[in-house]
Design a protein around this ligand. Sequence first.
Ligand code: NAD
Length: 280
Amino acid sequence: MTSVPNITLNNGVEIPQLGFGVYQVPPAETKDAVLTAFEVGYRHIDTAQMYRNEQGVGEALAASGLARDDVFITSKLNNGYHAHDDALQAFDRTLEKLGIEQIDLFLIHWPLPDIDVDFVETWTALEEIYGSGRARSIGVSNFMAHHLRRLVQETDVVPAVNQIEGHPYLQQEDVRQASAELGVAVEAWSPIAQGQVLDDPAITAVATEVGRTPAQVVLRWHLQRGDIVFPKSVTRARVEENFALFDFELDETQMGQITALERGHRTGPDPDTFNWIPNR
Ligand code: NAD
């Protein structure tokens, strides 16, 4: 079976560079989708409290027969639980839903810069969770360079990862560079821009050249840049396609042709102005 390379995080924890994301996978379908991903070979699952499908991920883990140590699981604190005590309680519920005693990575999902709780307070709760050993690593998501710099300046534990929107149309080079300087690994979410980049003529041309699909060349481009990715699909053939990335390479010209597609196009909210809190 294909072996996915690991990336070593700043605390020595290893994370598979390719995983499986479950955003927008309906809760009732999550167990089956994750079991399919396990069958194909994925050993890294990215979920979140906001997705309301942590339980399905936990059920798949239990049903899979895989050893706990062989699967890397990430979840994220929902908006609305940023206050210190709320964050601790929400984390307890995550472990319960996943049916595990220790998570591999727990993230602040969004910085929410203008709500009445500063993300520095939220981070102190994550630091306590990390200190207790119930999370092997902690990190952030959707932090712009200035959020990340302030967090690192004002707190003790440097985040292990920053999970940001990333694909050929939105590369966030400034955030990637700031993360690298601070020793924070970058995870690129919506790595194929939810499908929006797949018809791009530059990408289909590279795909034809290397005899692969557009999704495969875009995912391969991410891996060669060193970022961590977890594409989402509930279609088995695509789940397999998105995993078959380790028997070909893009050359420098092909990498450059994809990098040249940058156009500042977000598929999701702008972290500097996004302060949305869902109903509890
Ligand atoms: P994605 O870029 O992975 O695209 C997924 C969509 O692309 C699928 O719904 C499917 O329609 C299509 N697709 C998948 N594989 C394909 C293939 N081989 N060929 C053609 N079409 C294909 O988008 P995503 O799900 O938004 O992002 C991936 C993961 O990133 C999520 O599941 C989630 O875990 C994470 N994420 C995190 C945040 C965050 O704020 N931290 C936000 C969005 C997503």
